[in-house]
Design a protein around this ligand. Structure first.
Ligand code: C2E
Ligand code: CA
Ligand code: CA
Length: 415
């Protein structure tokens, strides 16, 4: 390997700190583990460097003289390739936790907080173990650029949009009790395009109905297949606000259930909290009609909107899904844990099941099971998979569960 090639694969760390002494210490930790580093003593220098150089990690001191580290976090969130962020500060722990949450919610790849004075061993560990997969999360260029409604219409017509299924597990037993159907678009010319981009586009262009009915059809086909052996399996499909106000939607869904001969109880419709609360009387109308048919209704992304308790009590939800932004850091951030725990209590008091989204490790799975959260989904189990891969995953999972139970699997995962 040439010197230039070695340099290109060696992680580069940007150290942003107005305390040069501390900056030097961090720089030494980097060089001892073989990383390169650059130093910025002010917001302005850091902003210039970030604009011209691609960093794997950025350490940020929250108090940066005139400007503060929060401004820098916002700047990083706008980058195409985002570094792993390590927030360092002498502020109290709750402020540190809030800064990390802000980093996550504003789209910074990933972030952790370390208290000041910095423990060098802890920093070293983060630099060595934090996965900097920002490149993997980088969206294809076209994804961020203009994908037009015409592209989308053509894709719907060509069958480029399909459903992938993410398993939903009963947390206490590990049994797969259902799945969520998530729309995927693999364009032969534009590459994979995420639902966060094309679903809003479809909602604006009116293509959302065709997309949803296509996803629903695939989901019901899967439910019928699995339902032959497991009558309790429930498939969940997301319904946008625009469709909630479509007077024909209940009949469309009912018609597909009949056509594919799937019982209504095998279907769950997920509606985001903000959608349901947008126009309460309109939402109530559709939700009630779906419930009367025997279809389940789930409140998605719970905690991200502003539900009033009285509205929650009136709406016929059977399930409450705790948003992944609370689940992700709930073991390390006591404030997030309180949100998760009180969501479980609220759901229980309204006779709803709780589902936690975004479970990424076994420790979180176990803690949530201990809390009495009924079900969960997340990368610790599986990402969303196409139809055949999903069936194979379920077979494999249950075979292991039958032969070994949960314990050996958990030990292996934790190792
Ligand atoms: P959502 O309904 O909250 O779906 C869950 C999202 O969390 C999915 O992202 C899923 O891949 C992701 N996820 C699951 N487990 C984990 C985990 O452990 N960690 C993390 N970080 N993420 C996890 P995806 O597939 O990108 O979907 C994004 C959103 O797009 C969905 O959020 C949903 O609002 C919307 N969407 C997807 N498919 C459809 C659809 O068919 N119709 C409608 N109306 N919206 C859809
Ligand atoms: Ca959902
Ligand atoms: Ca959700």
């Amino acid at each position: 390997m040439t010197a230039a090639e070695i340099e290109s694969v060696t992680p580069l760390v940007l150290i942003v700190d107005d305390d040069r002494m501390q900056g030097r210490l961090i720089g030494e930790v980097c060089s001892r583990i073989g990383y390169r580093s650059m130093f910025a003593a002010s917001y302005e220098t850091a902003a210039e460097l970030i604009a011209t150089t691609s960093f794997s990690y950025v350490t940020i001191d929250l108090a940066l003289g005139e400007r503060d580290g929060i401004e820098l976090l916002r700047l990083i969130a706008q980058l195409q390739v985002r570094p792993f962020v390590i927030v360092i500060s002498g502020c109290e722990q709750r402020i540190l936790n809030a800064a990390v949450r802000l980093a996550h919610s504003s789209g910074v790849c990933d972030a952790v907080a370390l208290p000041k004075p910095i423990e060098l061993a802890a920093l070293r560990k983060v630099l060595l173990t934090a996965r900097c997969d920002c490149g993997a999360q980088q969206r294809p260029v076209r994804d961020q650029a203009v994908v037009t409604a015409a592209d989308l219409d053509a894709a719907v017509g060509n069958g480029e949009i399909y459903a992938a299924f993410q398993p939903k597990l009963e947390l206490s037993t590990g049994k797969v009790v259902g799945c969520e159907a998530l729309a995927r678009w693999d364009s032969p010319t534009l590459g994979p395009i995420g639902p966060d981009l094309f679903i809003p586009l479809a909602e604006g262009s009116g293509a959302i109905k065709a997309v949803t009915l296509q996803i629903l059809r695939s989901a019901l086909q899967l439910a019928r297949e699995i339902g032959r052996d497991d009558a309790e399996f429930v498939v969940a499909v997301n319904l946008s606000a625009t469709l909630l106000s479509d007077p024909a939607i209940t009949e469309d869904i009912g018609g597909l259930l009949q056509q594919l001969d799937v019982p209504a109880r095998s279907l769950m419709i997920e509606i985001t909290e903000t959608t349901a609360m947008g126009d309460v009387s309109l939402a109530m109308d559709t939700l009630l009609r779906l419930r009367i048919k025997g279809i389940g209704i789930s409140m998605d992304d719970f905690g991200t909107g502003y539900s009033s308790m009285s509205v929650l009590a009136q709406m016929p939800f059977c399930e409450l899904k705790i948003d992944r932004s609370f689940v992700g850091g709930c073991l390390t951030d006591p404030d997030l844990w309180k949100v998760v725990a009180s969501s479980v209590t609220i759901a229980r008091s309204y006779n709803m099941k709780t589902v936690a989204e975004g479970i990424e490790d076994v420790a979180t799975w176990q803690a949530l099971a201990g809390l009495g959260c009924d079900a969960g989904q997340g990368f610790v189990f599986s990402r969303a998979l196409p139809h055949d891969a999903f069936l194979a995953w379920c077979d494999d999972w249950h075979r292991r569960l039958r032969s070994d139970g949960l314990a050996p699997w958990m030990t292996r995962r934790q190792a």
